[in-house]
Design a binder for this molecule. Sequence first.
Ligand code: NAG
Ligand code: NAG
Ligand code: NAG
Ligand code: NAG
Length: 580
Amino acid sequence: MLNYHWLSVLSVIAVVPFGSLATPLAPRWDDMRVKHNWNTVPQNWECQGHPPDGTTLDLRIALKPHREDALIDALYEVSNPKHPSAYGAHLSKEQVAELVAPHPDSFALVNSWLEHHNQANALLGASYQLYRHSETNTTALRTLGYALPVSLHQHVQTVAPTTYFGSPNAQRQTSRVRLGAPTLPFGDHAFQAELAKAPTSGEAAKVPSSCASTITPSCLRALYNTSSYTPAAPAGTNLLGIAGYLEQYASQADLTTFLKKFRSDAARATFQVVQVNGGGNDQSNPGGEANLDIQFAEGISYPTPNIYYSTGGSPPYTPDVNTNSNTNEPYLDWLNFILNQTTIPQVISTSYGDDEQTVPRDYALSVCNLFAKLGARGVSLLFSSGDFGVGGGSCQTNDGTAKEQFLPTFPASCPWVTTVGGTTSVNPEVAASLSTGGFSNYFARPDYQDSTVSHYLSNLGSQYSGLYNASGRGFPDISAQAQNFQVIVGGSVQPTDGTSCSSPTAAAVISLLNDYLISHGKSPLGFLNPWLYSKGVAGLNDITSGSNPGCGTNGFSAVTGWDPVTGLGTPDFGKLQALV
Ligand SMILES: *[C@@H]1O[C@H](CO)[C@@H](O)[C@H](O)[C@H]1NC(C)=O
Ligand SMILES: *[C@@H]1O[C@H](CO)[C@@H](O)[C@H](O)[C@H]1NC(C)=O
Ligand SMILES: *[C@@H]1O[C@H](CO)[C@@H](O)[C@H](O)[C@H]1NC(C)=O
Ligand SMILES: *[C@@H]1O[C@H](CO)[C@@H](O)[C@H](O)[C@H]1NC(C)=O
């Protein structure tokens, strides 16, 4: 069952409701208050009129937890090294479910309300119609507004689908294929020869200069200092998960080709595919995103078992100027599945994201709280930050005012995940200009980053004031290489850019840290941020040059300490190992 307890209700849309009178003791179901409403039809959608009589709709109703702060309080206790007695004592599925249990009255009230109406439009004071997306031609059954009885607002978090415009076809991912980019003419052996010639001055990593233009697992293992670590956790006790969506399939044949070329000692590695909610696994149709994720995760974490989650379907979605086709991913279906498992990979990387403002606030809050549930269970969730600097497209709000602003991304903006920005080059490593970073408009700045983010903002002064939300959660948290990744797709090398490269890279390094902990009988790291912003920061390479231009500005600059381009910096496994 999902966070806040989701009730699934099948409701008929376009038939006349049968009359039924409220009993005198029942609450006033006709005293309705608006829950969410759009002023105009969201951009690129056009109304096609009423659906045929008898059309049905699968409604999901999320109930609020009775104890509002219980989940986040517990998450902090098990994730913050400042609570030595609880740190690492992650919770079970049952313990987490108890923390988010709704008020004892919620079920009865909601059921009574549902029995009073059997028709979605009457139930929600809504007008469901068919809407068509002008570019993708996908059709969605949605309403421009909906309301709930006043007495239910304190019990119901969100109802879906309602004002969220969604359709299942289009896709966007945070990796970009670089046309005409250099491809690596050599594999493992040539790397070793290059390595022998690489600079060794001072503390500088011994990384061949070829890594500035072509990134392979050997480059990342040298740069992030994992080369000399041999994983030791007993087989199957440490797992690394990759969440995949939008009909992206990871190819075993391409993985083998990749490893033979770039990491020959791992050439026999395989990965498990778990199909969720009708997600496919067409091995003849490999996806660039899926292959990137699995190849670099395996290439760094080998022999740690990797699991690829292929999730079908599509979640609620609202379009804006920048995201003009449906690119939201079905987080809820995947979360519903993964939270119902008793064993979950200790680290999961997701390389998908969207402009925060295209994700309805209620939906974003619900999904973010589901990530907190995973954190409380001991899972480190890594998300790519996005590929558009401080914002892509027209950089305007979609609330009807078209105000200029930077555009944060979601789930990167959720405070209960670890967001990974992008870097490039070596000796020194600098910020990648594509790296999205900034400040959420939905989520307030969490305690764990309060002092370092305040410090950054006070140095920034009035620059960009009004273009970003100074009280919002700042992201990314950390960063990793994001350009010139040598991905094998359909048998040949496809150089790829994007923070989609950064997330699986950082996830694989964190997975090796968990391997070290688990092989010493200790708890895995779980939700990383309270630890990263306190103890862990000493094990990161601070990135202090470069910026993330966008929205007609030069963007933010990477500086000493945290910045909204590269976060706290890139991982140094050897140093982190000494700190865990
Ligand atoms: C959760 O898993 C159990 C079996 O492990 C299954 O019976 C149940 O349907 C699952 N629930 C959901 C919501 O997926
Ligand atoms: C959408 O439909 C129109 C005609 O109705 C067609 O011209 C166009 O190619 C379609 N677009 C897509 C992406 O299928
Ligand atoms: C700024 O962020 C806070 C949450 O931190 C939010 O409550 C507020 O609505 C945001 N302001 C705007 C203009 O979005
Ligand atoms: C790599 O890790 C080792 C500890 O294993 C540490 O002594 C060394 O300084 C690290 N190398 C770099 C280049 O940071």
